[in-house]
Design a protein around this ligand. Structure first.
Ligand SMILES: [Zn+2]
Length: 245
C-alpha cells in the first residue's frame, strides 16, 4: 500500500551500511518512521531531503501494520536550511524535535501538532526567536494535554491573582493558592508579570504574535518554568494522550 503525505524530518538514524531510518512528524499520521534505502550513497534520489527539519512531500510503501514502511518519495517543499545553518537556533529547535518524539505516540494523527511545528519553523527563520520558542512550547503542551495550570489553583479552582507572585508546584502541574498549600519551599515562584504574559499567550496566534511586546526576562522566566514542568512530566510514565486543542 502506498501512503502519501507531508512530513517534517525529526531525526534520522543510521541503519546498516548505507541505509537510514527516518522519523517524521507527518500531517496525516503523526509520528511516522520509514526505512530509506541507500540515501547515504552519492547521487541518492533523496538528496538533502532527509536533513532534520526539512518539510517534504513523501510517500511510503508497506502494509498498513508494517513496522517500518519503505520511503519511496521525498520531495522538498521547504528546506528550512537557515535553521540548520545557525548553530544556536538548531540546538534549540532540537529541543522542539525532542518534545515531539517524547510526547507524541507513533501513527496517531495529530494535525494540530503538525500545523504548530510548520508555523514555528517558518517564524523561527527570522525575528524574535525567544518568544517563538516559548510560544511553541506552551501550545505544544496544550495540544498534548499537559499545559501547566497557571490561571487557577490546581486544587480549589480559585482564580490566581495577576497582581502578586504565585507559586507553581511541579507535582501538581499547577499553581496552588495560599489556602491549599502552605509549604512554599516545594514551589517555584512565578512573578505577576510572567503570569500575565502566560495568560495572554493563551489567546495569541502565531500569525499575530509579533504584535505583542514581552520583556526578555519574562520570556526566560516562563521558559524555565515550562522546561522544569516538561522534565517533571517526562520523568513519569505518560498517561494516554488527551487532546484539548
Ligand atoms: Zn486553592
Amino acid at each position: 500500500m502506498l501512503t502519501r503525505t507531508e512530513g517534517i524530518v525529526l531525526r534520522t538514524a543510521v541503519f546498516g551500511e548505507a541505509d537510514l531510518i527516518v522519523t517524521y512528524l507527518t500531517r496525516d499520521h503523526g509520528i511516522l518512521k520509514a526505512f530509506a534505502k541507500s540515501p547515504r550513497k552519492i547521487r541518492s534520489r533523496f538528496g538533502s531531503s532527509l536533513e532534520p527539519l526539512t518539510h517534504s512531500r513523501i510517500a511510503v510503501m508497506g502494509r498498513e501494520d508494517a513496522q517500518l514502511p519503505r520511503l519511496t518519495q521525498s520531495d522538498i517543499l521547504r528546506p528550512f536550511q537557515t535553521l540548520r545553518d545557525d548553530y544556536t537556533t538548531f540546538v534549540r529547535a532540537s529541543r522542539l524535535i525532542e518534545m515531539n518524539l517524547r510526547f507524541l505516540p507513533e501513527r496517531e494523527p495529530n494535525h494540530d501538532a503538525f500545523r504548530l511545528m510548520m508555523q514555528a519553523l517558518a517564524k523561527l527563520e527570522s525575528g524574535r526567536k525567544n518568544l517563538y520558542f516559548l510560544y511553541y512550547k506552551m501550545r505544544f503542551l496544550q495540544i498534548c494535554g499537559y499545559l501547566p495550570g497557571l490561571e487557577i489553583c490546581g486544587r480549589c479552582g480559585r482564580s490566581s491573582s495577576e497582581r502578586s507572585p504565585q507559586y507553581f508546584y511541579l507535582a501538581h502541574g499547577s499553581i496552588l493558592c495560599e489556602h491549599c498549600s502552605a509549604v512554599r519551599d516545594e514551589a517555584r515562584e512565578l512573578s505577576a508579570g510572567a503570569l500575565r504574559v502566560f495568560c495572554g499567550m493563551l489567546n495569541w496566534r502565531f500569525a499575530t504574535i509579533d504584535r505583542f511586546r514581552v520583556g526578555d526576562h519574562l520570556i526566560a522566566e516562563l521558559d524555565s518554568l515550562l522546561e522544569a514542568h516538561i522534565a517533571y512530566v517526562l520523568a513519569r510514565p505518560l498517561q494516554s494522550t488527551v487532546f484539548t486543542a
